[in-house]
Design a protein around this ligand. Structure first.
Ligand SMILES: *Cc1c(COP(=O)(O)O)cnc(C)c1O
Length: 406
């Protein structure tokens, strides 16, 4: 879109939408229904972007559209706590028992940033540990250079981040407990929290190896640091209780977003009551939001989570498995957990960011454009997850596989 280029930096309001990793111009998409999207010329595509995660039911699911419409007609927000917030919080807490109290915010970025603030307040410590290639939104302290190695203090991964802020973040290697142990040993009593995507999904999908999450639980507990699961993608996607239920590991704090807003802007953080009671006005950690808990968002989230029944998860799992087993692309491998999937252009699926980065990104870009030409929109980077939705039925999967085989 020509006008977009002059109105927005790089023509976009979020960088990956610019297609820099694959080249070419993004299509102008104007309508979505179920598993499909349409461009402004009327061409139909199968969509695996799913708004980068939220659209677990596909585009414009009737129950979510109805819930949003009803909430819009009821007016608000009203400047006081409403029934929609309570409803959504009750569903989340009932499916994720580690969340005794929760605070809604407006983005995953805000949620991760606030969870770190709670962790620092709870422990009286300043340092945090994240993993190379882990993404937790764009708060200053979480935008550190990936690849600095386990023992070194980090430098900013973005211009405009103060070195003194970035230095508060240490980087370890995903799926490598030794690297975490080394950081904890070197900085032991100063680390407030370890934050991790329990299934890494922002370096492409990289599942945790056996024992990794359990090991993180033990290491953080003995170091007196909090364990924060960033389930912005995995929450209510990989199963009714998120990755924490799937792997049976209970974090101290959980960061949520994406699916819980049913396609509208949202984030949330929650955990043990005594930790969350540090948040204002119950406690001294300040965090606020004019539009937090917005009735439209809460209504969309409630309608979405209510639709996510065990049968629905089983159906999505079946179709995603069909996609995984049918994707036979020379020189590539598939990683999948539930409806999260990445086709890596390397012989074996990676276990960490360094391995993921060794994928053939040129081959991915060629594949991406062939698929787009064949009517399939994939996330425009080797390092994004494909999102299968409940609307992707067997015929949609088969059409995708046919395009891939061509
Ligand atoms: C998308 C994402 C975020 C950031 O959420 P926004 O709503 O884009 O700010 C944080 N963590 C993970 C794991 C994500 O995938």
């Amino acid at each position: 879109m020509i006008a977009a280029r002059t109105l927005f930096p790089g023509g976009v309001n979020s960088p990956v939408r610019a297609y820099r990793a694959v080249g070419g111009e993004p299509p102008v998409l104007v309508r979505g229904e179920g598993p499909h999207v349409w461009d402004d010329a009327g061409h139909r595509y199968i969509d695996y972007v799913g708004a980068f995660g939220p659209l677990v039911l596909g585009h414009a699911p009737a129950e979510v559209v109805a819930a949003i419409t009803e909430a819009a007609e009821a007016g608000g927000p009203f400047g006081v706590t409403g029934p929609g917030e309570v409803r959504l919080a009750e569903i989340i807490a009932s499916r994720m028992p580690s969340i005794e109290r929760i605070r809604f915010v407006n983005s995953g970025t805000e949620a991760a940033m606030s969870a770190l603030r709670v962790a620092r307040a709870a422990t009286g410590r300043d340092l945090i540990v994240k993993f190379e290639g882990g993404y937790h939104g764009h708060a200053d302290s979480l935008l550190v250079e990936a690849g600095s190695g386990a023992m070194t203090l980090s430098i900013p991964g973005s211009a405009g981040v103060a070195r003194s802020v970035a230095e508060q973040t240490l980087v370890a290697t995903y799926n490598d407990l030794d690297s975490v142990e080394a950081v904890l040993r070197a900085h032991g009593g100063k680390i407030a929290a370890v934050i991790v995507e329990p299934i890494a999904a922002n370096m492409g999908v990289v599942p945790p190896v056996r024992g990794f999450l359990e090991g993180l639980r033990d290491l953080t507990a003995s170091a007196g640091a909090l364990l924060i699961f960033d389930e912005v993608i995995t929450g209510f996607r990989v199963g009714p209780g998120g990755a924490q239920e799937l792997f049976g590991v209970r974090p101290d704090l959980t960061v949520l977003g994406k699916i819980i807003g049913g396609g509208l802007p949202v984030g949330a953080y929650g955990g043990r009551a005594e930790l969350m009671d540090l948040v204002a006005p119950a406690g001294p950690v300040y965090q606020a939001g004019t539009l937090s808990g917005h009735p439209l968002v809460m209504a969309a989230g409630v309608a979405t989570l209510r639709a996510l029944t065990p049968e629905l998860y089983a159906g999505v799992e079946r179709q995603a498995a069909r996609l995984e087993s049918g994707l036979r692309v020379e020189g590539a491998s598939v990683a999948r957990v539930g409806s999260l999937l990445t086709l890596f252009f390397r012989g074996q699926a990676p276990r960490n960011f360094r391995e993921a980065k060794s994928s053939d990104t040129d081959a991915f870009a060629r594949f991406f454009h062939k698929m787009l030409d064949s009517g399939v929109v994939l996330p425009p980077s080797q390092f994004e997850a494909w999102f299968v939705s409940a609307a992707h039925d067997a015929s949609v999967i088969d059409a995708t596989l046919e395009a891939a085989s061509r």
